[in-house]
Every structure is written in structure tokens, then in C-alpha cells.
Design a protein around this ligand. Structure first.
Ligand code: NDP
Ligand code: 2IT
Length: 444
């Protein structure tokens, strides 16, 4: 079957799952050269198998709020592909979550995890539960009830979830506690744990730091320095916070942050002291980014996004499809040099086309944001060895992994005839390894 036909069939068999269609199309569009080089992939129907998750679990999550009222949410875990390792990928709590979002994220995760060079398959989970405005007790009860079903599907050698939007250290703690109680086992079944009870240092920082390391590689290979550049950063959650920290450390000037209510613009740049304020605002008080604008007397655009402001580099780190065609046009009009994707699939296909037409350096999500899952892989390794590595050791490994991923993407783009197309390099580089593993292991 041609790749076009495979895509058509995916749309037909997964109706209404637009984000999943988008993620599949983006990969299938770029792996043609790999299929030509490896006719054995088509013979074994590797792509037809790859686009069908190995297992999809959907379950009921009932929970009681602080007033004693019962609510019912839906839980998901999609175990997409385990050809190169146990399923690995985050859990997202957000009201927009449905099977199409979990499948797009799980599909992306296969290639991302492959690129890290660590033995991890692809999976993703989540719930349409909205954590915003919930008390700590409500979050705890929800996490416990979520784990009451999830526990039977996961394990340190089977499937190892972690965080994503709406799931951070607090939620991982509650889920881990419940898993341990049910299973009576203390084992590395989740990553993103607190270091005192099995977590890895640098895991909270890893996605944001990794994004900046990758972006630096991309810039340096074009003889451009990150230092002194103005950066548009979106989101103000885990990924954005640590991308901000690393940008400051590397001498770049972050001028925007956002959340789902709006965007702040601070032309002087967010310095160390303002960063500490953002950390306290978001990590402790769980407040809104609007408060930054009030505190530092800077512009706040309600419902606005960062993409119209003048800068050199854009690091979208909030959510999928946050850069639409018109946003990409604004970036182009402002002569943006590079886009590095911290979020998963933050650019629409039309936006990516605009980057490519205008020679904007483009670091795709599955390469740029792989630092998070890479350090999750290092957390699994430490758990297996019952060891804890130092911050410096983990950070050094993360930096090395991000450099390797950039090199893989670059070399793969050259080998397959489109030098510098890192999106193609990431897709083909991630795909070929998984496809070969599937061939080696037969039709199962
Ligand atoms: P957080 O929940 O910590 O932060 C998410 C941020 O994005 C918040 O500022 C949130 O605003 C904003 N946001 C979320 N959804 C929307 C939306 N629909 N519209 C506008 N703004 C939105 O999540 P993370 O920082 O962990 O995740 C951010 C992105 O990075 C996601 O795409 C995630 O998949 C990806 N990612 C995360 C990794 C990780 O290790 N955590 C690893 C790799 C990728 P608000 O608070 O108002 O909702
Ligand atoms: O999208 C992602 O890579 C994550 N949310 C992190 C996954 C993980 O298992 O650490």
C-alpha cells in the first residue's frame, strides 16, 4: 500500500481524531526516501502496523470533590509501540483530552524515544479531568482513582508513565503512592518522581534545558550564537520555566511568557529575579501570568499569543497547534531566525510550510523536546541500579543526548537527500530504527 493510501485508511479508521491524523500525515510525508531504501519495510507492512496502536485502554475514573459530590472522568492509556523497549510516555490531565490527542502524542512518542538512543517504546495517557481550581485533596483523590485502574496495565518493564500538561511532581507523587499501596512494590513504574524516593535530578529541568541545548546546536551549526538573542517563549509551565532558566544562563533574552488566559511582553527581558517570581507564581501559588504584568508593569495581552512580538527565536512550549498559519506569517514578518519546538506538535502543517519557504531554522518537537523523556530513561536506569547520579552527571548526559539527536537528524537529512531538513531527519531517524526492530521480531 502506498503511504498516501495508508494515511487515507488511518483517517477512515480513526474518524474525528484530527490531531492523530495530523501527526501521522507529518511523519508519512517524510519517510518515503526510507521506504525506497528499504523495500523490505513495505513487504512486511511495517507502516500499516505502526499506525495501529498495540493496545488502547479507556477507563472510568469516578472521584469525589470536597463537597462530597461524585464526578466521572475518562482515563486513557495508549500503548502504541514496544518494539524497542517498554512503553514510555507522559500522562496529560486537561479538559480537551480525548482519544485523538492521546493517540497523536503516543504516535509522536515512538519516534522521539527512538531518537534518544535509550531503549524505550512509545505510549501516552491522560484524562479529561481539569486540575485547574481543584484543591490538593481533590487532586489526590483523582490521582488515586486514576491509578486504581491504570496500575494493572503498567510496570517497570511494561509501561512507565510520567508527566505532561497538568501532571507534575505532585500528581506523580499521589499516583506513585497509590501504585505502591496496591502492588506492594517499590519500583520504577513512574518517572518524574521526587529525588528522595527514586526520582532523578534534572528531570524537572530536562525538557526545557534540552530544548535550549538542541536549539543551540541548530544555531551553532549555522554559525549563529544564542547569546544576546531575543526569545519568544510560550507557556509558563514545566517546559517553559526551565527553557527560561537555561536561556538566561546562556545569555539569551526571553521577552514573552503565556498561559491559556494571555501573554506578557517584557521587552527588557526576564532576568534571574523575575524568573524566581515566575517559579513562585506558577509552582507554589499556581497563579496566572497576568500577575507578572501587574507586578512588573509590562504589557499583557488577554487571550493573546507571543508570536506577533519582535524577536529572533521562537520556542513554543505550551500546546499543540499554538502556531497557526497567520502566527507563522507574523514570525516571518519579524525576521525570526529559528523555531525550536518545546511543546508537542505546536506548529500546524501550514505554519511549518511557511518556516520552510522562508528558510527559518526549524527544530521539530520530537527532537527538540526529547530531553524530558531522555532523562526519564536515565531515571529508569538509576532505579534499576538502585543508584542516584549527581545533578552534574545527569545534566552532562542530557547535553550529550541532545547533541547526538541533533547530529542524527542532521546526518539523516543529508543521507536521505535533503540536507538540513531536521524534521525529515527526525522522522526518518526515529522511524528506521523502530521499523528494523519490527522486522527482526516478526509479524506479531
Ligand atoms: P504544564 O501543564 O506544566 O504547562 C502547560 C503550559 O501551557 C501552561 O502555561 C498552560 O496554561 C499552557 N497551556 C496548556 N494548554 C493550553 C491551551 N490549550 N491553550 C493555551 N495554553 C495552554 O505542561 P508542560 O510544560 O509539561 O507541557 C507543555 C508542552 O510540552 C506540552 O505540549 C507537552 O506535551 C510538552 N512536553 C512536555 C514534557 C514534559 O516533560 N513535561 C516533555 C516533552 C514535551 P494554563 O496553565 O493556563 O493551562
Ligand atoms: O511528551 C513527552 O515526551 C513527555 N511528556 C515526557 C514523557 C516521559 O516519559 O518522560
Amino acid at each position: 500500500m502506498s503511504l498516501d493510501k495508508v494515511y487515507e485508511k488511518v483517517v477512515e479508521r480513526n474518524q474525528g481524531e484530527e490531531e492523530f491524523h495530523q501527526a501521522v500525515e507529518e511523519v508519512l510525508e517524510s519517510i518515503e526516501p526510507a521506504m525506497e531504501k528499504h523495500p523490505e519495510f513495505a513487504d512486511a507492512k511495517v507502516v500499516e502496523r505502526l499506525v495501529e496502536p498495540e493496545r488502547q485502554i479507556i477507563f472510568r475514573v469516578p472521584w469525589k470533590d470536597d463537597d462530597g459530590e461524585v464526578h466521572v472522568n475518562r482515563g486513557f492509556r495508549v500503548q502504541f509501540n514496544s518494539a524497542i523497549g517498554p512503553y514510555k510516555g507522559g500522562i496529560r490531565f486537561h479538559p480537551s483530552v480525548y482519544i485523538g490527542i492521546i493517540k497523536f502524542l503516543g504516535f509522536e512518542q515512538i519516534f522521539k524515544n527512538s531518537l534518544t538512543g535509550i531503549a524505550m517504546g512509545g505510549g501516552k495517557g491522560g484524562s479529561d479531568f481539569n486540575p485547574k481550581g481543584k484543591s490538593d485533596d481533590e487532586i489526590m483523590r483523582f490521582c488515586q482513582n486514576f491509578m486504581n485502574e491504570l496500575y494493572r496495565h503498567i510496570g517497570p518493564d511494561t509501561d512507565v508513565p510520567a508527566g505532561d500538561i497538568g501532571v507534575g511532581g505532585r500528581e506523580i507523587g499521589y499516583m506513585y503512592g497509590q501504585y505502591r499501596k496496591i502492588r506492594n512494590r517499590f519500583e520504577g513504574v513512574l518517572t518524574g518522581k521526587t529525588p528522595e524516593w527514586g526520582g532523578s535530578l534534572v528531570r524537572p529541568e530536562a525538557t526545557g534545558y534540552g530544548l535550549v541545548y538542541f536549539t543551540q546546536e541548530m544555531l551553532n551549526s549555522n554559525n549563529i550564537d544564542l547569546k544576546g538573542k531575543d526569545v519568544l517563549l510560550s507557556g509558563s509551565g514545566n517546559v517553559a520555566q526551565y527553557a527560561l532558566e537555561k536561556c538566561i544562563e546562556q545569555g539569551a533574552n526571553v521577552v514573552t511568557l503565556s498561559d491559556s488566559d494571555g501573554t506578557i511582553y517584557d521587552p527588557e527581558g526576564i532576568d534571574e529575579e523575575k524568573k524566581e517570581y515566575v517559579f513562585e507564581l506558577k509552582q507554589e501559588r499556581r497563579g496566572r501570568i497576568r500577575e507578572y504584568a501587574e507586578k512588573y508593569d509590562v504589557e499583557y495581552v488577554e487571550d493573546g499569543k507571543p508570536w506577533g512580538f519582535d524577536a529572533d527565536i521562537a520556542l513554543p512550549s505550551a500546546t499543540q497547534n499554538e502556531i497557526q498559519e497567520e502566527d507563522a506569517q507574523k514570525l516571518t514578518d519579524n525576521d525570526i531566525i529559528a523555531v525550536g519546538e518545546g511543546a508537542n506538535m505546536p506548529s500546524t502543517p501550514a505554519a511549518i510550510e511557511i518556516y520552510q519557504q522562508n528558510d527559518i531554522l526549524y527544530g521539530p518537537a520530537k527532537a527538540c523536546n526529547a530531553g524530558g523523556v531522555a532523562v526519564s530513561g536515565l531515571e529508569m536506569a538509576q532505579n534499576s541500579q538502585r543508584e542516584s547520579w549527581t545533578f552534574e552527571e545527569v545534566d552532562k548526559r542530557l547535553h550529550g543526548i541532545m547533541k547526538n539527536i541533533h547530529e542524527t537528524c542532521y546526518k539523516t537529512s543529508r543521507k536521505y537527500g535533503d540536507e538540513g531538513n531536521l524534521a525529515m531527519g527526525a522522522n526518518v531517524g526515529g522511524f528506521v530504527k523502530v521499523a528494523k526492530a519490527m522486522l527482526d521480531q516478526g509479524v506479531i
